[in-house]
Ligand binder design. Structure first.
Ligand code: KIV
Ligand code: NA
Length: 275
């Protein structure tokens, strides 16, 4: 495919081959995930994953734009979606439009994601009617961690009905897809069957129309963060720790650099520049 996947093409995947989504925050990771993903998400999880923030609440529009620009340079075929950060859209549809337009103009992304269901339906309608495709995000919405009192499963028992209403509201408002985060399997199945737009699950259900994970989580970058909903496909954190320890020991023992890494006084004939 020569052109990137579009929001209408993602919408058309409802009920079909599962939609594959991963986060990316940098150009090299974007280049790694792009050939395999339908959607590359510049999540506001960047604040916790790359900047060491305690939650996503400290993430700014400028941070999202800087990472969005980096990821843009590594994405050719997937749909690029950038999160709107806390405080940049909740106040009013007009505020959301200004933030989203700036993100799209300065990063070249084709869509934005924002958190909220019924409460954000008016905003989602405002944006989509003005040329800004929106991915919604309901269930556990991490920007609301303080009102939830933690990163808890949402929608168990009676409270599931409210999340069903959120899903219906964002679909009706024109979102082209909706992230369902940390809700019971049965609720995610029910919502997926009820709504006309793709559900993208994280800690939700294999029955969702797609799945998303934070790329650093599935690559095993962290030893201290192992949520139940993540499958670790690599142990890059361990591998990096082993590599760094080996380098440190080699330097201390004068085993690195060796003769293959150093330069002769005269360049050797036939060698490429720099050697
Ligand atoms: O910020 C993020 O990474 C996200 C996904 C986990 C859905 O919102
Ligand atoms: Na997010």
């Amino acid at each position: 495919r020569s052109m990137a996947l579009t929001p209408p093409e993602v919408l058309a995947r409802k009920g079909g081959v599962p939609i594959v989504c991963l986060t990316a925050y940098t150009t090299p990771i974007a280049r790694l995930v792009d050939p395999h993903c339908d959607i590359v998400l510049v999540g506001d999880s960047v604040g916790m994953v790359l900047h060491g923030l305690p939650s996503t609440l400290g993430v700014t529009l400028d941070m999202m734009i800087l990472h969005g620009q980096a990821v843009r340079r590594g994405v050719e075929r997937a749909l690029l979606v950038v999160d709107l950060p806390f405080g940049s859209y909740e106040e009013a549809p007009e505020q959301a439009f200004r933030s989203a337009a700036r993100v799209m103009r300065e990063t070249g992304c084709a869509a934005v994601k924002l958190e909220g269901g019924e409460s954000m339906a008016e905003t989602i309608r405002f944006l989509t009617r003005r040329g800004i495709p929106v991915m919604a995000h309901i269930g556990l919405t991490p920007q609301a961690v303080n009102t939830f009192g933690g990163y808890k499963v949402q929608g168990r028992g009676e409270s599931g009905a409210a999340i069903e209403r959120d899903a219906a509201a964002v679909a009706e408002a024109g979102a082209f897809a909706v992230v369902l985060e940390k809700v019971p399997d049965a609720l995610a199945r029910k919502i997926t069957a009820q709504i006309p737009i793709p559900s993208i699950g994280i800690g939700a259900s294999p029955a969702c129309d797609g799945q998303v994970l934070v790329v650093d989580d599935m690559l095993g970058m962290f030893s201290d963060f192992r949520p139940k909903f993540v499958r670790r496909y690599a142990e890059l954190g361990n591998d990096a720790q082993t590599a760094i320890a080996a380098y440190a020991e080699d330097v201390r023992q004068r085993r690195f650099p060796d003769e293959s890494h150093v330069f002769a006084d005269e360049p050797a004939a036939g060698r490429k520049a720099g050697n």
